[in-house]
Design a protein around this ligand. Structure first.
Ligand SMILES: Cc1cc2c(cc1C)N(C[C@H](O)[C@H](O)[C@H](O)COP(=O)(O)O)c1[nH]c(=O)[nH]c(=O)c1N2
Length: 229
C-alpha cells in the first residue's frame, strides 16, 4: 500500500478552506462561456473520488448541453416552483417569488448526478443497516465537484425544485437510477461573499455554537473555543 504525507502545506490548507468558505450556490451570475473539456474532466474526476459506502461509487454523470432538454427541465421547474410558492402566504410568498432559484438556461452546462441504487449487487458493505448510504455517497460526489468547481472559478447551482419522476423520464433514466442532483455549471461574473438567500434576507447562517452539543442532544459543551466563533 502506498501512502502520502499526512499534512498539507499552509498554502494548500488555506486553499482548501478558501474553497469551502467561498463556494456558493450560483443561479444569477452565470456567463455563457463554454467550460473547456479538460476542466470538466477535472471536475468529474473530483466527484468520482468522493467516498462511497462499500466503495460502491453509485454515481453516473449526465452531461446536458442540449437546449431542448434544458427547456424541458426549465418547464418542470416552473411548474414545481409555482406549487412551492403557494406554500407561503402574503409577504413571504411575494419574497419567495422574487428569488431566482435556477440558472438552467443561462448556464452553459447542466449536469445531473444520479445514484444507481443497484450498483454493487444486493449486499454492499456498510449499507445493510442504513440503506440510504448510497444516496449520501452521491451527495459527497456533488460536494467534491462543487468545491473543485469553486477552485476552478466555476459556479454551480443545485436545482431541486423538480419532480423526480418527470426528470427521470426526461433524462431516460432506468428505474433503479435516482436523479439525485440537477446542477447548473458555468463561469460567473462574481461569487457572492454570502449565500444569496442570506443576502436577500430569506434566512441567515445559524451560530455554530448553538449547534454543538456535548455527549447528548441539548447538553452544552464546555468549549471556550466556541465563543470565539
Ligand atoms: C440539496 C440541495 C438542494 C438545493 C440547494 C442546495 C442543496 C444542498 N440549493 C442551494 C441552497 O439554497 C444554498 O446552498 C444555500 O442557500 C446556502 O448558500 P451557499 O450554497 O452557501 O451559497 C438550491 N438553490 C436554489 O436556488 N434552488 C434549488 O432548488 C436549490 N436546491
Amino acid at each position: 500500500m502506498t501512502t502520502s504525507n499526512h499534512r498539507f502545506s499552509d498554502a494548500e490548507r488555506r486553499g482548501l478552506y478558501r474553497a469551502i468558505h467561498e463556494r456558493r450556490d450560483v443561479r444569477s451570475q452565470f456567463l455563457p462561456d463554454r467550460i473547456p473539456s479538460d476542466v470538466l474532466a477535472r471536475l468529474l474526476e473530483a466527484a468520482h473520488h468522493a467516498p462511497s459506502v462499500g466503495f460502491m461509487q453509485p454515481w453516473d454523470f449526465i452531461v446536458i448541453e442540449s437546449r431542448s432538454v434544458r427547456e424541458t427541465v426549465l418547464a418542470m421547474f416552473e411548474q414545481e416552483n409555482q406549487k412551492a410558492a403557494e406554500r407561503f402566504d402574503g409577504e413571504r410568498q411575494a419574497h419567495y417569488r422574487s428569488l431566482k432559484l435556477q440558472g438552467i438556461m443561462e448556464s452553459p452546462l447542466n449536469l445531473c448526478i444520479t445514484c444507481d441504487r443497484s450498483r454493487g449487487g444486493p449486499h454492499v458493505l456498510g449499507r445493510n443497516s442504513m440503506v440510504d448510504t448510497d444516496l449520501f455517497s452521491t451527495c459527497l460526489a456533488v460536494q467534491n465537484l462543487w468545491l473543485a468547481a469553486r477552485a476552478e472559478g466555476i459556479g454551480v447551482g443545485w436545482v431541486s425544485i423538480l419532480d423526480q419522476e418527470k426528470l427521470s423520464v426526461a433524462l431516460n433514466l432506468p428505474e433503479h437510477v435516482y436523479p439525485l442532483a440537477y446542477l447548473c455549471l458555468g463561469y460567473v461574473s462574481e461569487f457572492l461573499t454570502q449565500p444569496e438567500l442570506e443576502a436577500k434576507g430569506w434566512r441567515s447562517r445559524l451560530p455554530l455554537s448553538e449547534l454543538v452539543h456535548g455527549d447528548k442532544w441539548g447538553q452544552p459543551l464546555a468549549a471556550p473555543w466556541l465563543d470565539a466563533l
